[in-house]
Design a protein around this ligand. Structure first.
Ligand code: FNR
Length: 368
């Protein structure tokens, strides 16, 4: 029934297979978005509003898309973003992603709400492989401080603080299926008792602190040497405020459309942010990342042309891992690399530094 892996020709193919083979609870948790899922769909379709203006007669015999994100060399400017509950899709959980990331020299962001323990995921790392930590801030700051210090000690290279989830969004697909214990030991981390009637997302998130505010940022900067990146920024005002607060990066993200429905796509926000940063001469002061709906290398190229340092990819790797395990994730990464090489050639860019706004027609975007 399941097509051979070689018949997955792009990232969307993995989604189609995963939908057929995944358990209901897992599919519902991974695939759901908030409310009517308008933002979730928009994340991908927003990329369709941007067109290319390729340059011809550029020597593209060799194409090099290695680059640096937060001081880390990477083979391609995307990272595996944090997605909770890896064992819902694969009995081995997040370490499958770690192993695949190693094969392709790709950075992995470790979620606070991983199914594997943090140490298991770090132990699965080898050599100079790089991992970042995604942090949900606990109401009890002593717990948060311990998590941060432990992550730094275990070699995590950056701290991504999720700022778009003072409360977990309402994911109705997820609420409709009954959440069982499958694949998850994370509810114990919160310490509270768990209400399973609200779906997986709500059941595991009651410890998150809704009072988190800009006032807390100096404290985070004081407790770690890791670069701090705010994940889930959604307008230019907050990017400017992040620069002023002294953090090293932001992720323009709406949490894969799982939080506020009718939040704009990250790529749309990027088009709003970059001209303002350039006008102020601030574009080197902060690294800008984007996630949500990235499914093709052309999506990655568009984000980089606009000025992003890199992009995060979430669901496609969960689907690849759920359907085909580590090999699936590796193939998904390989396909992205092949697409990247081909499309950089066709656009007339031999290296990452060649990507710039003049290669795009963004008149279809708000800011365009
Ligand atoms: C997420 N995301 C997420 N983000 C975060 O900061 N902490 C988390 O625990 C999770 N968990 C999570 C679970 C699942 C199943 C999904 C799909 C997403 C959001 C994630 O980091 C990222 O913002 C989006 O997934 C990016 O969109 P795509 O690539 O999935 O379209």
């Amino acid at each position: 029934k399941m097509p051979p892996l070689a018949q997955c020709y792009n990232l969307l193919d993995f989604e189609a297979v995963a939908r057929q083979v995944m358990k209901n609870t897992a599919w519902a948790y991974y695939s759901s978005g908030a409310d009517d899922e308008i933002t979730m769909r928009e994340n991908h379709s927003a990329f369709h509003k941007i067109w290319f203006r390729p340059r011809i007669l550029v020597d593209v015999e060799t194409v090099d898309f290695t680059t640096t994100m937060l001081g880390t060399k990477t083979s391609i400017p995307f990272y595996i973003t944090a997605t909770a509950l890896g064992k819902l899709g694969n009995p081995e959980g997040e370490v499958v992603l770690t192993r695949a990331a190693r094969q392709h020299n790709v950075v992995q962001m470790i979620p606070t709400l991983a199914s594997c323990s943090f140490d298991e995921i770090v132990d699965a790392r080898e050599g100079d492989q790089v991992q970042w930590l995604q942090l949900y801030v606990n109401k009890d700051r002593a717990i948060t401080k311990r998590i941060i210090e432990h992550a730094e000690k275990r070699g995590c290279k950056a701290l991504f603080i999720t700022v778009d989830a003072p409360q977990l969004g309402r994911r109705e697909k997820d609420m409709r299926v009954k959440f069982s214990d499958e694949g998850s030991n994370v509810q114990s981390k919160g310490g509270d008792s768990v209400d399973r009637s609200q779906g997986a997302a709500r059941a595991i998130s009651s410890f998150i602190d809704p009072s988190l505010s800009w006032k807390d940022i100096p404290w985070f900067l004081s407790v770690t040497k890791m670069p701090i990146i705010l994940k889930g920024v959604q307008c230019v005002e907050d990017v400017l405020r992040a620069v002023e607060a002294g953090v090293q990066g932001v992720v323009l993200s709406n949490h894969g459309g799982r939080q506020l429905d009718f939040a704009r796509s990250g790529i749309e926000v990027l088009a709003e942010v970059m001209p303002v940063l350039r006008e102020r001469g601030w574009e080197k002061k902060i690294e800008i990342f984007v996630d949500g709906g990235v499914r093709r290398a052309t999506d990655i190229i568009k984000a980089l042309c606009l000025g992003a340092t890199g992009v995060g990819i979430g669901r496609p790797f969960l689907y690849a891992m759920s359907a085909y395990g580590q090999q699936g994730v590796e193939r998904a990464m390989q396909l992205l690399k092949e697409e990247m090489e081909m499309n950089m050639r066709l656009i007339g860019a031999a290296k990452i530094e060649d990507l710039n706004p003049s290669l795009l027609d963004v008149r279809g975007l708000q800011g365009g």
